[in-house]
Design a protein around this ligand. Sequence first.
Ligand SMILES: NC(=O)c1ccc[n+]([C@@H]2O[C@H](COP(=O)([O-])OP(=O)(O)OC[C@H]3O[C@@H](n4cnc5c(N)ncnc54)[C@H](OP(=O)(O)O)[C@@H]3O)[C@@H](O)[C@H]2O)c1
Length: 283
Amino acid sequence: MKLLTAKPYLEAKKNSLETRIRNLKARGITPCLKVILVGEDPASMVYVEKKRTTASTLGLEAETLKLPSTLSVSELKTLVDHLNADPKVHGILIQRPLPPQFKENEVLEWVSAEKDVDGLHPMNLGRLAQGNPKFISCTPRGTIELLEFYGYSLKGKLCAVLGRSPIVGRPLSQLLLYKDATLIQVHSRTANAQELTRQADFVFVAIGKPKFVDRSYLKPGAVVIDVGIHRLPDGKLIGDVDFEDVKDHVSAITPVPGGVGPLTIDSLMENTILSAELAATPV
Ligand SMILES: NC(=O)c1ccc[n+]([C@@H]2O[C@H](COP(=O)([O-])OP(=O)(O)OC[C@H]3O[C@@H](n4cnc5c(N)ncnc54)[C@H](OP(=O)(O)O)[C@@H]3O)[C@@H](O)[C@H]2O)c1
């Protein structure tokens, strides 16, 4: 069984990202990412800090705007409008979950599609569905790039996606279609889920249930991408897949931690650099 870890991929890619940043800086442009954190969700605070430090280490300008959970809808909208209008800002990310006064789908439309480095604006999701992507949502993009780095081609392959959230499952399925894969989309109302996913060469799991997927969902030799992240009371991280149960059954699997998580952040960096490059390109 092969462990599909993110580290070798990120090391191989670092040089090309740094070169793109240097080229932009030589033209007087520093790619700039603004991350908006509303409230004090502990997991979000960790993710946001990781995004900021990764960006700073790479040479991007990055700032986290920390706002109280009592922030009003109009105050957040005003802030996003201000960032949309600032030509020095190339990427805007609003960290989820948001406090209950916000409707997430509505907020996703506030960030300009040109600065939507999270790839979740309906325009960017629509472009992906149309087969003409620009900013691809970060987690789906990271998973596919990792597989390609390890030499897998998805063309013509049967891929099962467990989960259909707007953040992971749906854009991932669209991206797989874009990559010429054939798709089985499974969700909580799917009948005979195991029977369906057992046919697949590649199984992507994003259901938000710790250790839920065992070998009964997988054909022998399948390649498994575990998107799930759950923190146990002792601080240990685990995925949606029961790693111990499947490890001798599959041919390859992404570990948790050290698999999909770092790729999501890497995709965010790349989308921010892309946004700066596009903004600097004469139309
Ligand atoms: N690594 C990263 O960077 C990263 C990024 C984002 C998310 N995550 C993790 O990925 C996981 C999924 O996140 P999410 O935001 O997509 O979660 P979510 O919004 O809760 O969506 C879960 C999806 O899984 C489906 N589902 C639930 N139980 C199922 C079952 N038994 N069989 C098949 N499908 C089932 C749900 O179906 P219905 O639509 O029918 O309800 C839903 O579509 C979480 O563990 C999250 O922490 C990781």
